[in-house]
Each structure stands twice: as structure tokens, then as C-alpha cells.
Design a protein around this ligand. Sequence first.
Ligand code: ADP
Length: 615
Amino acid sequence: MSTSTAEKHTFQAEIQQLLDLVVHSLYTDKEIFLRELISNASDAMEKLRHLEATEKNIHQADLPLEIHITTDEEGKTLTIADHGIGMTHDELVENLGTIAHSGTKAFLKAVKESGGSPSNMIGQFGVGFYSAFMVADKVSVHSRSWRADGGELVWTSDGMSGYEIADSPGQQRGAKIVMHLKEDCAEYATESRVKHLIETYSNFVGFPILLNGKRVNEVEALWLKNKSEVSDEQYKAFYQFACKAWDEPSYRLHFSADAPLAINALLFSPSENPERMGFNKTECGVALYSRKVLIDPAPKELLPDWMRFMKGVVDSADIPLNISRETMQDSALIRKLGGVISKRVIKMFEKEAEADPEKFRGFYRKFDRFFKEGVATDYANREALAKLLRFETSLTEAGSVCGFTDYVSRMKDGQESIYYLVGSTREQIESSPYLEAFKSRGLEVVYFNDAVDEYVVDALGTFDGKKLVSVRHAGVELEDQAAEGDSLSEGETKALCEFLKNELGERVVSVSSGKRLVENPVIALVPADGMSPQMRQMMKAMDENFKDEVKVELEINPRHALIRKLAQAKDSNPELAKLVSLQLLDNALIAAGLLEDARDTVSRMNALMQKAMGD
Ligand code: ADP
């Protein structure tokens, strides 16, 4: 550069302010400067490509559209060159000396709003071209515009107060940025370090990147391709390399959309679930890109937390490159994007489950907790996710499963609710006295046997407008059934109920004659808002002083021999009738898993047995 022809400029005040921050307040994430510069180079070449369609007189039209990066360890320089549109003299002044562009403006605004402590913010923000001054104390931008009268120029600055523009004879079309690295940033002049950075941030940039003459970004941005152009092998290789996975993908979703947002997404579900194998909570595995440039490898705000097992790439040209993590949190754009993606993912699972139920079953067995978590926490997707839940029921064979949609399709005429029972195993659930009445009426009951299921049904509440109702709950309306055999009369039943309520006192809310029972003499029902045995156990485990008086509604079976005998005994042998009443309640509580203290039960049992053997 000949200093005689150099013209000096001072930076606009805002640029100075920005540079001051960039140079003096940076500690972390300096490395993002490379992503910013490569992205600028790629943009400049993208623009040239567009020009090619309309302009005939492009200067040096034959230059290859490549990004050349060279490191010079001895000279401590890093050079990034492109053959994009370049800049004219006025464009150099306009683009690199004033603050006309949005990204930088947004950055300054955020710094102001944060009360002027940008140290932890700069790394999270793209600060565009000026981020070069994070690592360099002198930057030259050699430039030749695509325009015929562009001029061969070099813009040079130490990032302090101003810059110079001089001639740069021989400069080819495009921009070449030479960075003279600061002492403590010499690492960016080593090939291995730079290679690693390119692979991390710019692996999918759409133009070849050559580092010291060798091509670095071999990986194609598969997500931008047409589905028909990508083979299964390529998908698998992408999943394992780009998503750093070691298993095979179980399902994949590859789609693009233009509205409401421009989206290209390639997502995979794994075939193994590390959380289930005892590893820590999985980290979000879907990276966010904007036009092939990585914005965030694990954007927590993008997708609902339950989807953390998914891996892949979401690329949206609508997301600005320099969006900050803070902005992402309350960005309506990110929310909208996440909303579209999660709906597509759920739809994909629904379709796959329909197409190959066996395969989905195997997958669901490993990943069920994520779907359940989703039902409990992701309000917007709750109903859609509920369709994916799988369970056994009183009508499925042991080991086979179905979903709510199947259940609803089998509901009987006039059946308004979906019935379920929570227990620990199918066997345990099937031995429950609660099932009887439903089975005998041909009503299907869903068996939930996972510790979290109860929360999940609670959160769900309804499916397809049908209420989820526990068969343990009182107040379930069942249609009358023709009862066979002898029964107490209405009057006798009423008298016995009164007697029992009197004997059992506060321990029961009420005693009534039920429609439910076929085989058992009595059943204990919990109020619909009461706690289930599973929940009680959990509460007890968490709090040793937990005490919660169980008050049940007792239903008696007026056709049962024991009940009929009891109706007589209450008049002929009140003492025995009293013992039997108490024992009946305890038995019902045992069957319901609700008996807290069995001391009285045992001594009473002994007394009863003694009586049975004739005192
Ligand atoms: P942004 O990219 O957000 O606009 P930058 O500070 O990174 O902000 O760049 C400022 C401007 O400088 C760009 O908008 C572009 O017009 C110009 N520019 C930067 N790098 C190049 C390049 N390699 N080739 C051509 N123009 C460039």
C-alpha cells in the first residue's frame, strides 16, 4: 500500500463505540469471528450468483466461487478471500465505516439496554465484520467490486479511531480480508485450530472452503436437498456425523416449507434412549442454522423440552444470523418456528405409527417417557401427543398395546367416558375388584402401569372430548344390569346401609348399594378428587409425617351371600355383625391398596376365625 495515495477517514461515533466494546470487553467466544467472516464471504458470493442472471458485464466473470482461507503461523496472519461482489470505494465507506446495517444496530441497542456490560454478550451476538477486531489489531480488506469501474482498493484499520483507503493493484474481484492477529490470538494462525472452527461453524456453507489449498467442508447441507436426491446411506451418514450419533436413526423427517416461515429441516429420532440407560438428561440435539450457517448448536428455546431426544438441523432463512440467545428466548419468530417443527414431528410419528404399528411399538417402549412428558407439559401439543400414547387394556392381550384412538373407536353406544385403572402390573390391575363391573358390562378399561401415568392422565383430562375416568372413583354412572339370584329387598338394603354407616362412622363418607359388584360383597371407592394409592405412596416416601385420612365411599352388593347374612345378623347377633362390618371395610381397603394400619385387622380376624370355629 502506498501511503501517499491513502486517504484517511474517521469512524462514525457509533462504530467507534462498538469497536471499543469489541476490543476491550471480550473474554469468551472470540472464535465466532471466523463464522461471521465466512458468512459474509458466502453472502457476497450468493449475491454474485444472483447478479449472474441479470448482468452481462461482471468483472472477471470466470473466477471460481470459493472461499480461500490461509494461515501464516510465522507472520501471525489469517486471510479470508472470496470472489463475491466485492466493494467499491463508496461501498467500503458505507459498509465498513458507518452503521447502516441491522445486526450491529441491534447489538448496540442490546448493550445499551443491558446497562453497558457487554462482556458476556459479545460472544453470543454476531457483531459481523467488526468481530475481526476481537482477535486482530490490524485488518486489511482488499477489494475489487464486480462493477467495471470498481477500482482495486484496500481498506485498513487498527480498529481504533479510523481507517484508510488506498490502492491495491492486482486485487481480483471479491474481498480478501487479512487479519494481523493479536499476540494472545496467535492460535488463529494455526491450521488445525482454524480447521476445527470451520468444521464447527461453517461445515455446511454452500461454497467450497479451502484451507491452505485443501478443501475442508466436504459435508453437504443435505437438508437443503430434495428428498428424492438423498439416499438412505447419505441420511445415515449425516445423522452419525453431523448429529454425532452412534446408533441408527429410527425415524426421520425431511421437509421444507415457505410459509409461514422459510424452513428446511432434517430431523431424526435415535433408536436408543440414553436417558433410559441411566445417562443424564439428554441435551437438545437439534441445531439451528440460517442459510447453512450455524446459529446455535443446541437452541433450548426452539423446541419443547420433551423433544430433546430428536437430533438434526433446522434451517430458517428468516432467522437473522446475529440473533442473540437472549433475544431467542422471547422471540416470537423462534416460537413460531418451534411450533411449526414440533407439529410436523408429532404428525410424522403419528403417520409412522399407523404405517408400521409394530415398529412404533418397539420405539415407543424406549421413548415413551418423552411422549408422556410432552402430554404433561406441552399444552399446545397435548391432544396430538395423546394419540401417540400406547397401553394395554382389558381388551388387548397381555403384551399387546393400543392407543386412545383405537379405544374410542371401540366405545359402546352411549359410553361417554374413557375408563382407566392405574396399577403396577397387568396382573395386579386385573385382580382389582374395581374391574368387575366394567368387564361384566363389556366396557373397556385402559391399564396404566407406569409410575408417571397418573400425572399424565391428570394433565390430559380428556381425549377427543371424552373424559378420562378412573374406575376406582365414586360417582361413575353405570347402566343397570339384570341381576340374577336372590337379593336383599330395597328396605333391607337401606337398613343395612344405615347400620354399616353407624358402625363404621367417620371412616366412610357413605354406604350405599352399588351397581358395580358381581363377585365381591363390598368395594371401597375413592372420591374423584382423592389420591390414588400410587400417589399416596409417593407422598409418604417424600414426607415421613405424611398423613392423609382415607375416606372412602363403600358400596355393598345386596346379592352377595355374605351381605344377605349380615343383614340378618345385625338383628340376631349384633356383636358378630359389628366385627364383620369392620372387617368388610378393612378387606375393601386392602383390595384397594388403601389400608394404612393393619393391627386391628389382624386381631379382629383372629376373633372372627375363633367364632367361625365355634368359639
Ligand atoms: P452484516 O453482514 O450484518 O450486514 P457486517 O458488519 O458483517 O454486517 O458487514 C457489513 C457489510 O459489509 C455487509 O452488509 C456487506 O455489504 C459488506 N461486506 C462484508 N464482508 C463482505 C465481503 N466479503 N464481500 C463484500 N461485501 C462485504
